[in-house]
Design a protein around this ligand. Structure first.
Ligand code: GAL
Length: 371
C-alpha cells in the first residue's frame, strides 16, 4: 500500500512543480502525465462465460494499443479471489482499475484502498455499489435491455407485431420469468425494464405466469448459473405444468437460456408436435446464436462488447491523464453513495431474421463461427 501512495504523491508533487514552471521550460520528458508503460489493472468475474473472455481480451488490447501495460485477472466467480487480485494490482502500482465485479457490494475495502492510493476506478458493465470510490461506469443501457427482452418475448408470442402494433395472439399464454444474479446490479435493471413492458399484459390476462412466481427474489438465479436455471425450470414444469403448455420464458442471459432449454427438452419440448416456447436471452454467445438459427432459442440481446471495451479503455486513458472522460449519463446510476457518471451503449434485439446483419455483417462473428 505504501508504494503506490508514494508514487501517487510524487506524481502529484512533480505536477505541482511543473505547473509552477513556465510552460516554455517543460520538455516532453518532464511531462508528469506520461502514460507509456503505465499499468492498468483489469479484473473480470469469470471465464465460464465466453463474453467475459472476449471483454478481457478486448480491454487488454485496447489499452495495450494506447501504450499501457495491463494486468488482466479472472476470479472464476470467487469473491475473495477478486478482492485479492485488486489488492495486488494496487500494490503493483496500477494507475487505474477497471473492475467487472462478481458481487457489487463486496469490494468496498479494496475500493477504499484504491482511493487512498489515488487510483481511479472504472466500473465495467456491472456497477459497483455502496462505495463512494467508484469514479466512472461503462456499460449498456441496462433498463433498455430488459425492455427489449420483454418486447421480443411478446413479438415471438405474436402478441405484438415487429412494428409494435397488436399481433394476432390474444392469450391467455403461459409464461415463466427468470432474473439474473441478485448480487449483480444489472439484474434488477433487466427485471425492471422487462416488467415495465410485461405488467400490462399480465394485468389484462394476455400473459399468465402460471407458477405465480413474479417477484425478483424468487426468479433470480445466483451467479447466473445455467445449472441452477435448469433446475428451476425442471421444478416449474413438474410443479405447475402437468399437461399444460409453457408458451414463453423470459430469460435474462444466454447461459440461463441454455439451462432452461435443456430442462424443456427433458420435459418433452423441442419436437414437431411440442415446439419449444419462446425463450429470450442476452449476450449473443455463439452457442445461443446457433440455437436461434436452429429454431430453439428465440432471441438474444446483442451488446457490442468491442465498443464497451473501447469506451472503458478510453475512460481509463483519460483519467490516468487527468482528463475528464466522455460520459453520456449522469443521472441514472446511483450506487447508494453517489450517482456515478456513465457511458451507456445501446443494445440490439437479435432474432433469426437479423442475426446475419447484426452479428456477421458487423464482423462480430464470422459465418463459420456460427456453423
Ligand atoms: C451481466 C451482464 C450480462 C451477462 C450476465 C452474465 O452483468 O450485463 O450481459 O453477461 O452478467 O454474465
Amino acid at each position: 500500500m505504501r508504494f503506490p501512495r508514494l508514487v501517487a504523491g510524487l506524481t502529484l508533487a512533480s505536477a505541482l512543480v511543473l505547473s509552477a514552471c513556465g510552460s516554455s521550460e517543460k520538455t516532453v520528458d518532464q511531462q508528469p502525465t506520461s502514460t507509456e508503460g503505465a499499468l492498468i489493472g483489469v479484473t473480470m468475474p469469470t471465464r465460464a462465460s465466453e463474453r467475459w473472455i472476449r471483454d478481457g481480451d478486448n480491454v487488454k488490447k485496447a489499452l495495450e494499443d494506447k501504450g499501457y501495460k495491463v494486468d488482466l485477472q479472472y476470479a472464476e466467480n470467487d469473491i475473495p479471489t477478486q478482492a485479492n487480485q485488486i489488492e495486488n494490482q494496487i500494490t503493483k502500482g496500477a494507475r487505474a482499475l477497471i473492475v467487472a465485479s462478481i458481487d457489487a457490494k463486496s469490494l468496498s475495502s479494496q475500493l477504499q484502498a484504491a482511493a487512498d492510493a489515488k487510483i481511479p476506478v472504472i466500473s465495467y458493465d456491472r456497477l459497483l455499489l455502496d462505495s463512494p470510490n467508484v469514479d466512472y461506469y461503462a456499460s449498456f443501457d441496462n433498463f433498455k435491455v430488459g425492455v427489449q427482452q420483454a418486447t421480443s418475448l411478446l413479438t415471438g408470442l405474436k402478441v405484438l407485431n415487429p412494428d409494435g402494433s397488436p399481433g394476432t395472439a390474444k392469450g391467455p399464454l403461459n409464461v415463466e420469468l427468470f432474473a439474473g444474479s441478485p448480487d449483480d446490479n444489472n439484474s434488477s435493471y433487466f427485471y425492471d425494464g422487462a416488467m415495465s413492458v410485461l405488467e400490462k399484459y399480465i394485468g389484462d390476462g394476455t400473459l399468465v405466469v402460471k407458477s405465480g412466481q413474479k417477484d425478483f427474489k424468487t426468479m433470480a438465479i445466483l451467479r447466473w448459473d445455467p445449472a441452477t436455471a435448469q433446475r428451476r425450470m425442471e421444478d416449474l414444469l413438474t410443479s405447475t405444468y402437468g399437461s399444460a403448455r409453457v408458451d414463453g420464458v423470459l430469460s435474462p442471459y444466454d447461459g440461463i437460456s441454455i439451462g432452461i432449454l435443456s430442462a424443456l427438452k427433458s420435459g418433452g419440448y423441442g419436437t414437431a408436435g411440442q415446439p419449444y416456447p419462446i425463450v429470450t436471452g442476452q449476450d449473443a454467445e455463439v452457442a445461443s446464436v446457433k440455437s436461434i438459427v436452429a429454431d430453439e432459442q428465440y432471441s438474444t440481446i446483442f451488446k457490442d462488447i468491442r465498443e464497451l471495451a473501447k469506451a472503458a479503455a478510453d475512460m481509463a486513458d483519460a483519467v490516468v491523464q487527468g482528463k475528464d472522460p466522455k460520459v453520456n449519463n449522469t443521472e441514472d446510476y446511483d450506487n447508494g453513495e453517489k450517482v456515478v457518471p456513465a457511458i451507456l451503449l445501446q443494445p440490439v434485439i437479435v432474432e433469426k431474421s437479423n442475426y446475419v446483419k447484426e452479428l456477421v455483417d458487423t464482423g462480430y462473428y464470422t459465418a463459420d463461427q456460427l456453423k
